[in-house]
Design a protein. Sequence first.
Length: 396
Amino acid sequence: MGWIVKDLGRFLFGRDPAVHPKTRLGRALPLIGVLAGFLCGLMAYEYYLGNVRHPDWILTVIASVLIGLTIALIPTRPLLAWRVAFVTAILTSLRIHIDQGTPWPFQPVQILTYPVILAVVAIRHPRGVVLWTGLSAFLLLIVYVLPPNVPGLLLALVAVLVVGDQVRRRREVQRALAEEEERSELAQTRRAIAEERNRIAREMHDVVAHHMSLIAVRAETAIYRIEGVPPAVAEELQAIAGTSREALTEMRRLLGVLRNDSVPLTEPQPTLDDLAGLVREAREAGVLIEYSPLPGAEVPPGVGLAAFRIVQEALSNARRHAAGAPVAIVLFRDAAELRILVRNEPTGAPLGPEGKGHGLLGMRERAAAVGGTLRTGPTADGAYEVVATLPLDGEA
């Protein structure tokens, strides 16, 4: 029952909600209301002069001004307009006695204005306020209208309020749908941004980290691979290697900001045929690799991309964690799947904890993206293996 008292207070003292029209007609409504109020005030004044015996001039002017003010307030302040109309109805019925035999003591402008005000109030205000407005209008009917006319007018009053309330509810539903569509578009935009950031992060790790580690390894091993390197050149190469490793560290920090592991994979360009160039670059950096390509092997683009990235990351991990150890890359393809084995021989040094960087996670995501599986870990003889099984129909 608390809402009844609350809405009664809003009906008596509350303000009308602000209106923000978006069309020219909507912006012109306040001016139209003022002009209509002025004209209707003049019409009410003329009506009182012709239908009231011995009119009180001051009271007649006041009543005409109030009627005009009521109409002027309808576009912007309908609830205030009803309050003014209610007071005007009581004032005119008590002090201005119309000679013409009508079933109510109101003049035509008032009678035509009341349904309009009630409809606008029902459209602009919540149901509780509309209920109190309807009760006050019903009170006017009971007190001032002849009893035979009350039922019909009451039905008309209820119809106006119900129609206005339904219009308000429809507007609220449309507004809620528009807000939901806006939130959905915003969510899609954020998802697209997250996907792009994820793609950038993965490509930075797969491509940039690969080449940066190559630079670092080649700079560090140049003094052993090239005879007669001057001390100044050797010092410069060591500086290049150190700068490359610092750049790798900063890039991994950046990946922590960019990467969103919940966003699905997007497809870049490398394929299975590019593995030969990847192996050649690693051999030039001093890595001992055994690799036999699959001549004429045709695989779907997504499977080829996943295979390239998995081998690329496995080689990068082998250079970082098993420097100097020989690496073997074995590919096998049948009618159903492509299997990849990347194995680096034991180095005697303990391996670091598995799975805390982005590399292993990226390899697993690459395999899962095409419906495959990935297994990584040390073997019984101390080596380390990366085994991927990629179904050739995984994209479907």
